[in-house]
Design a protein around this ligand. Sequence first.
Ligand SMILES: CC(C)(COP(=O)(O)OP(=O)(O)OC[C@H]1O[C@@H](n2cnc3c(N)ncnc32)[C@H](O)[C@@H]1OP(=O)(O)O)[C@@H](O)C(=O)NCCC(=O)NCCSC(=O)C[C@H](O)C(=O)O
Ligand SMILES: [Mg+2]
Length: 291
Amino acid sequence: MSDIARPRRSALYMPASNAKAVEKARTLDADVIILDLEDAVAPEMKVAAREAAVAAVKAGGFGPREIVIRTNGLDTPWGADDLAAAAEAGPDAVLVPKVNDAADVRAYDAALAAAPAHTRLWTMIETGKAAFHLWEIAAASSSSRLSAWVMGVNDFAKEMRARQTPDRAPFLPLLTLSVAAARAHGLTILDGVHNDIEDLAGLEAVCLQGVDFGFDGKTLIHPKHLEICNRVFSPSPDEIAWSEAVIAAFKAPENAGKGALRVDGKMAERLHLAQAERLVQVAASIAAKVG
Ligand SMILES: CC(C)(COP(=O)(O)OP(=O)(O)OC[C@H]1O[C@@H](n2cnc3c(N)ncnc32)[C@H](O)[C@@H]1OP(=O)(O)O)[C@@H](O)C(=O)NCCC(=O)NCCSC(=O)C[C@H](O)C(=O)O
Ligand SMILES: [Mg+2]
């Protein structure tokens, strides 16, 4: 499966120290599992969580789910050992927190030098400094393992002293600019978590908002959020039908050499063709996963 068509609708965090949750993850309908060593793990559990994350990656059994280890920062007592252990375990990706600039990306990339080639670097975007270095952080992907960003709205809100309002108004500029910078450099980008476990209507609204922004998917903190998130971030039957019609229209001999067409009453240009091809690929990847 090409990386661009890989479904990353839902990425479920869990404390790596929670053996029951990690076991459960092997059966949950999440596209990505994030074994957390950072904020979800108390200081006295950090070493045990690291060992559990490494053991889980080595044991496998996660099927099609991508496995990601989120480490502590290199500026903490645990970061360097977390990164060394994660590099040795070789998950699909290592997610690192509180990256501020391109120098941070280079430092984390260097810390993963011994990791297998398939292990990618993902970074959290969650600091005020990062907000002013989005372009250079994304550009660092050309000379590093960096392939995805994850929004950390909780940490950003904490730094800003902002309120997490239902419409997420305080974060809209950061979310828009982050998607723009990520897209410009071909990165996957996942939205932040919805903290209210029981507020499924609010979750659905922010998932829809995330789709509108262009996020590939959303990070989650509870299995209850998986169904809504997967549904909202999947291409809808209408979108698939429109995309197939656009692809067919551009293939038709009578449209050879044309740049703009009328498809089902709407204009379709070659830029829509590219979008349609990607959407159909994502839909096929999701169908293959379910089937
Ligand atoms: C938030 C929780 C602590 C709530 O836990 P709890 O009240 O115990 O949950 P439930 O009783 O409802 O659990 C029901 C069953 O589901 C399993 N479960 C719960 N959560 C998870 C999970 N995340 N992954 C897998 N399985 C989960 C329970 O084990 C129960 O199973 P069973 O007994 O068999 O029925 C808890 O949900 C939790 O720890 N969530 C993850 C917290 C986390 O990882 N936080 C860090 C990431 S968020 C963040 O830092 C974002 C970013 O950095 C930012 O700045 O924004
Ligand atoms: Mg955070």
